[in-house]
Ligand binder design. Sequence first.
Ligand code: P6P
Length: 332
Amino acid sequence: MSPVTLSRFLIEEQRKKNVIGSDLRLLIEVVARACKSIASAIGKGGLTGVLGSAGSDNIQGEAQKKLDVISNEILLEANEWGGHLAAMASEEMEHPHPIPNRYPKGEFLLLFDPLDGSSNIDVNVSVGTIFSVLRCPDGMEPGEQAFLQPGTRQVCAGYAVYGPTTLLVLTLGDGVNIFTLDRELGSFVLTQENVRIPEDTREFAINASNARHWEAPVKRYIDELLAGKDGPRGHDFNMRWVASMVADVHRIISRGGIFLYPLDSKTAAKGGKLRLMYEANPMAFIIEQAGGRATDGRGRILDIVPAGLHQRVPVILGSRNEVERATAYHIA
Ligand code: P6P
């Protein structure tokens, strides 16, 4: 049988389950095409002078890499003419990006972190694009307020991983599917269907250099993992930390694990490190659709009602039983 491309998958999903209207199908295909362009720009690296700093800071006060700016531009230009969007929002922009008046507007709001983990880009470590899709509330202007919806309102979420292969991981609220970019075909091809995360794991991901800043429940949880088979957990654990959320989350989607970027005394004033709207919410949607769990240490991430577009949040996500244990320690 010929490979199932992303386009064929979306058309067949629409035929079978009526979950994807033509505008949402167009949105996903346009975002996927933009991710191919970003993969191509990244792949050229030092050959075309796209590495290094852009010499500017983003709204988060973080130094921007040239590829942060390039990736953001690629996504804006790809999505503004199609007529499927009411507006866009990005980690790289303080305010939502309105659809220019010369183009028709649609019902969807697209949010993205155009190049997550970009601090790794200059050292050739996997990075990615994270995106989330909401509906613009009827009768509401597509300004910041329209975006401030809990993650449960997402109609679609996904990420691209730019690594040894370029992958697109997608959920439409009906399971998680993985597509691999066939560079010869120039198409994303379905390579894993209905992915499920193991409920248990022996692998955790946390930036251990922050240990002295952690709250007591996190310290207890991690200390028990580090105690290994001689400790209360009764077996050894392994640690991974790529410092690209997309890469760490994809490892969990692929083989299980738990990822923690918890509240700590360094980030408490800001509410956490990771951004709710275009990092935590899309990843939480994907993880839950694959059978995992995602909390902020005390409650479900997808239930959080956002107060601001760039709101930060603590994140604990991955294999169900470990996330439930780590969260229970916060509530005990
Ligand atoms: P740290 C990348 O900047 C990012 O937003 C996530 O992709 C990643 O998980 C985290 O920050 C890494 O943070 O403090 O370990 O550099």
